[in-house]
Design a binder for this molecule. Structure first.
Ligand code: 4NP
Length: 145
């Protein structure tokens, strides 16, 4: 799960997908394309909305996406088109590039829809992001199981 800062959207996506899959079979991680928040906990508003829905994401720490992630993961879900461009630039092969997908393709295939960045907005933005990610992660989890 990849976003820009790895403190708002992708930590929520990580927590949500983890809650829907068997952790002995599926490894879920998140990362940011930017490095400003490496080592930090998720944004308090993401922690709060996760908690409201029964998820604890406080043990997550920010890290930066790396080209090695293409080797370690089968699927790379990005939150928006800007993340897509930043991640695909680091792909070395067509096969690596094909691992990258906008996460909302799960719900709106072919529509090229972004998960809006809630960083500069209010709490309602985080609830909206939670709802979108929950629906997308449900589809991903069903496919993986
Ligand atoms: P995220 O949101 O990409 O969903 O984690 C952001 C968090 C921090 C910044 C930008 C987006 N920032 O510029 O610090």
């Amino acid at each position: 799960m990849v976003c820009l800062g790895n403190i708002c959207r992708s930590p929520l996506a990580e927590g949500i997908l983890k809650s829907k899959v068997d952790s002995s079979k599926v490894v879920v991680e998140s990362a940011g394309t930017g490095g400003w928040h490496v080592g930090e906990k998720p944004d308090e508003r993401s922690i709060d909305v996760a908690r409201k829905h029964g998820l604890d994401i406080t043990d997550q720490r920010g890290r930066k996406f790396s080209a090695y992630d293409f080797e370690n993961f089968d699927y790379i879900f990005v939150m928006d088109n800007s993340n897509y461009r930043d991640v695909v630039t680091l792909a070395n092969t067509e096969e690596e590039k094909e691992k990258v997908q906008l996460i909302l393709e799960e719900i709106f295939p072919g529509d090229n829809v972004d998960v809006p960045d809630p960083y500069y907005g209010g709490n309602q933005g985080f609830e909206n992001v939670y709802q979108m990610l929950n629906e997308a992660c449900e589809k991903i989890a069903n496919r993986l199981q």
